[in-house]
Design a protein around this ligand. Structure first.
Ligand code: ATP
Length: 618
C-alpha cells in the first residue's frame, strides 16, 4: 500500500479532490432525503392536526431547496467520477512505467527465464485491477467514515444525543466489524485467483500462438478442456472471496436497514415528551437510512481492495525482484575486432525453468515467473519437487574465437551451442538451480564486468528465433540504429542477401511484416534479423543458426555479404550445417556440452574425428 501511494504520489492531489467531491455529494444526498422526509412528515402532522394540507408556500421552498441539492449532488458526483478516473488512468500510466523501468535492468534474463503469459498478465490485467483501488475504493472508504460522523453530529443537534448514540453501535459494526469479516481469507483468495488468472492468460496466449498446430493435430477439444479447467481454477480460487463478500453485503444491509428503526425507537420518547418534533425525527431516520449505502462503502472497500492489493503485490514482486547481476563498470574499446575466450565454462539451466518449459504446452497450472524467486503456488511446488536436477548444458568448455576471424561452432542438437552464444551476451536465465562456473572474456574482460551499453554496442547476436515487430520492414531493421538512413537500411539488407526480396514485396521497405513477421518466410525473417544486427556495425557478431532456413547458394551469398559489410569483425557462428563450417577460419565441435575437437577445418578434415563423423551424418 505504501509503495502504491509512493508511485502514485503525483495523482494524490486530484484524488483528494475526488474524495472531497464524494463526501459533499453524499452529504447533499442525505440532506435531500432528510428534507423530503421532513416535508412529508410535517405535512402529515399538519393534516392530522388540522384536517387540511400544509401551506403551499413552505412546500415550494422545500421543493426548491431539494432541487438545488439534487443539482449540487449531480454536479459533485460527476466531478468525483471525473477526478477518480483521471487519477486511475494516470496511476495506471505511472505503474506501467514503473514496471517497465524495473524490467530493463532485469532483461534479457527475465524474458529468458519467465513465462511470458504471466509477465503479460502482471503488466496488463494486474495493473488494470489496481485501477479499482484508485477509482472506486479510496473515496468510498474515506466517505464511509466522514459522512456518517457528520450526519450523526447533525442528528444529535436536531433531535437528541440519545438518538445519535443509539444508532452509533450499528454504524460502528457496519464500518468496522462487517468489513473485517473474512478480510484475510478474501485477500488470500484474490492472491490465488490472480495466479490462476495468469496461468489462464498464459494458456490463451500459447493457444493463440499455436493455433495452426492445434487445429492441424485436432487438439481443439483438449485445449478447450484445459481452458475450462483453468477457468474453473480461477472460479474456485475466487469462491471464498465471493462467499465472504455476499455475507458482508447481507450483514451490512441488515444493519443499514435496522438503523432508521433504531432512530425512531430511540427518539419516540423524546417526541412524546415534546423535546423532538415528528418531522425532525423523520428527517433523522431518513438521513440515517441514506447512510446505509454510504457505510456499505467500507464493506465494498474490502471486496475491491483484496483483488487490487493481490494484483499490486504481483506487480510489486516484479518491481522489487532482485537484479541478480548488477551492471558492470568496464567498457570495450570500440573500432577494433574483439577476441572471445570461454575459460573453463560450465552452465546448468535453472531447474524450475526446465520444468516449466516441459509443461508449457499442456496447460500448466501456475508457477512463478521470476528467476530467483520461489514459485508460491502448490503447482509450482509440485513442479520443483518433480524437476530432476538438470544436466549441465556446458561442461568445462574452454575455447577461443580469435579477433577478426570466423569461428564456427558445430555439434549435434542439444550439445550446448546456443548456450555458449547466450553467455557472451549475458542473457542466460538465472534462477534456482542455475549455475555458471568459469568465465567468458571479451578482450580479456569478464563479460559480467562490462557495462551493458558497451557490450551491446560492440556485440550483436542474431538469435535462432529473432522477433520481428508488427511494423514495416525498414523500421524492423532500424531497431538497431533508429537514425539510420533509408540507404543504410538498404545496404544492410543487401549484405544480408534479402534486399531483392524486400523490393519485391508489395510496398517494398514500407511493407508491414505482420505480427512476429508472419507474412515473411523463415529465411527472410532470419536475414532481416541479420540486417538489423549488421546495421549496428558490431565488432563481434554472434550468429545462432543463421543458415537453418537458407539453401546452400543463399548461405554462401549471405556469408560473403557479412564479410564485405564487416571485414574486420570477429564472427562466431553456431550452426548445424557442418558442410558450410569448413569455409570458416576455425571450427569447434561440441558434444554433450564439451569441446571434443577444434582447429582449422582443413586440418580437422584430414583426421578421422568428430567433424568428419558429423559431416558423414550430413
Ligand atoms: N531455457 C532452457 N531451460 C532449460 N534447459 C535448456 C534451456 N535451453 C536449453 N536447455 C538445455 O540445454 C542443453 C543445450 O541446449 P542448447 O540450446 O545450448 O543446445 P544447441 O546445441 O544449441 O541445440 P540446437 O542445435 O538444437 O539448437 C539442452 O539439453 C537443452 O535441453
Amino acid at each position: 500500500m505504501r509503495w502504491l501511494l509512493e508511485v502514485t504520489r503525483p495523482v494524490l492531489r486530484p484524488l483528494l479532490g475526488s474524495v472531497v467531491c464524494r463526501v459533499v455529494s453524499l452529504l447533499a444526498g442525505a440532506a435531500l432525503l432528510a428534507l423530503g422526509a421532513y416535508a412529508v412528515a410535517d405535512a402529515a402532522v399538519h393534516l392530522s392536526r388540522t384536517g387540511a394540507p400544509g401551506a403551499l408556500r413552505s412546500a415550494w421552498a422545500i421543493v426548491s431547496a431539494m432541487a438545488v441539492l439534487a443539482l449540487l449532488k449531480a454536479a459533485l458526483r460527476y466531478a468525483e467520477q471525473f477526478l477518480g478516473h483521471l487519477v486511475a488512468f494516470r496511476a495506471l500510466e505511472l505503474l506501467r512505467a514503473e514496471l517497465f523501468r524495473a524490467l530493463l535492468p532485469r532483461a534479457p534474463r527475465l524474458s529468458a527465464g519467465s513465462r511470458s503469459g504471466d509477465l503479460l498478465a502482471r503488466a496488463t490485467k494486474d495493473i488494470d485491477r489496481i485501477e479499482v483501488f484508485f477509482a472506486h475504493t479510496l473515496a468510498p472508504a474515506v466517505s464511509a467514515l466522514v459522512v456518517p460522523a457528520a450526519v450523526l453530529v447533525v442528528v444529535s443537534a436536531t433531535t437528541s444525543w440519545v438518538v445519535a448514540l443509539a444508532v452509533l453501535p450499528l454504524l460502528a459494526a457496519q464500518l468496522v466489524l462487517v468489513p473485517a469479516l473474512g478480510a484475510r481469507a478474501s485477500v488470500r483468495a484474490s492472491r490465488a485467483a490472480s495466479r490462476q488468472r495468469a496461468a489462464l492468460t498464459h494458456h490463451v496466449k500459447d493457444t493463440v500462438q499455436a493455433m495452426g498446430d492445434i487445429v492441424g493435430y485436432g487438439r481443439e477439444r483438449q485445449r478447450l478442456e484445459q481452458l475450462a479447467a483453468l477457468d474453473a481454477n480461477v472460479a474456485s480460487a475466487l469462491r471464498p472471496s465471493t462467499t465472504w463478500a455476499s455475507l458482508r453485503r447481507g450483514a451490512s444491509q441488515v444493519l443499514g436497514l435496522a438503523a432508521p428503526v433504531v432512530v425512531v425507537a430511540a427518539g419516540a420518547g423524546n417526541v412524546d415528551s415534546g423535546s423532538v418534533s415528528v418531522p425532525a425525527l423523520a428527517a433523522a431516520a431518513a438521513a440515517v437510512l441514506r447512510l446505509s449505502g454510504t457505510a456499505q462503502g467500507a464493506e465494498a472497500l474490502v471486496s475491491a481492495l483484496a483483488p487490487a492489493l493481490a494484483s499490486a503485490e504481483r506487480v510489486w514482486e516484479v518491481v522489487h525482484a532482485p537484479v541478480e547481476r548488477h551492471d558492470g563498470t568496464r567498457e570495450l574499446s570500440s573500432g577494433i575486432s574483439h577476441e572471445v575466450l570461454w575459460q573453463g565454462v560450465s552452465y546448468t539451466y535453472p531447474a524450475a525453468c526446465a520444468a516449466l518449459d516441459s509443461t508449457s504446452g499442456s496447460g500448466s497450472l501456475g508457477g512463478s515467473v521470476l528467476p530467483g524467486r520461489a514459485a508460491p503456488t502448490a503447482d509450482a511446488g509440485r513442479m520443483s519437487r518433480a524437476a530432476p536436477a538438470a544436466a549441465p548444458a556446458l561442461n568445462d568448455v574452454s575455447l577461443r574465437a580469435r579477433a577478426g576471424r570466423w569461428t564456427c561452432v558445430v555439434g549435434a542438437s542439444g550439445s550446448g551451442k546456443s548456450t555458449l552464444a547466450m553467455l557472451v551476451l549475458r542473457c542466460e536465465p538465472l534462477g534456482p538451480g542455475s549455475a555458471q562456473t568459469g568465465r567468458v572474456l571479451i578482450d580479456g574482460i569478464d563479460v559480467r564486468d562490462l557495462r551493458t551499453d558497451s557490450l551491446y554496442q560492440e556485440v550483436a547476436l542474431v538469435p535462432q528465433h529473432a522477433h520481428l515487430f508488427r511494423a514495416c520492414v525498414a523500421d524492423n531493421v532500424r531497431l538497431a540504429a533508429p537514425s539510420a538512413s533509408d540507404e543504410e537500411v538498404r545496404e544492410a539488407c543487401r549484405a544480408a542477401g534479402v534486399h531483392e526480396e524486400v523490393e519485391a514485396l508489395p510496398h517494398g521497405y514500407d511493407t508491414l511484416v505482420g505480427e512476429r513477421g508472419e507474412t515473411l518466410s523463415g529465411g527472410q525473417r532470419q536475414r532481416l534479423a541479420l540486417a538489423r544486427a549488421l546495421l549496428a556495425r558490431p565488432n563481434l557478431l554472434v550468429l545462432d543458426e543463421l543458415s537453418s532456413h537458407l539453401d546452400p547458394q543463399t548461405q554462401a551469398r549471405v556469408r560473403a555479404g557479412i564479410r564485405r559489410y564487416l571485414p574486420e569483425a570477429t564472427v562466431v557462428e553456431i550452426t548445424h550445417q557442418v558442410r558450410q563450417s569448413v569455409q570458416a577460419d576455425h571450427v569447434v565441435v561440441l558434444d554433450a556440452g564439451k569441446v571434443v575437437q577444434e582447429g582449422s577445418p582443413s586440418v580437422l578434415l584430414e583426421v578421422d574425428g568428430p567433424l568428419r563423423t558429423l559431416l558423414a551424418r550430413g
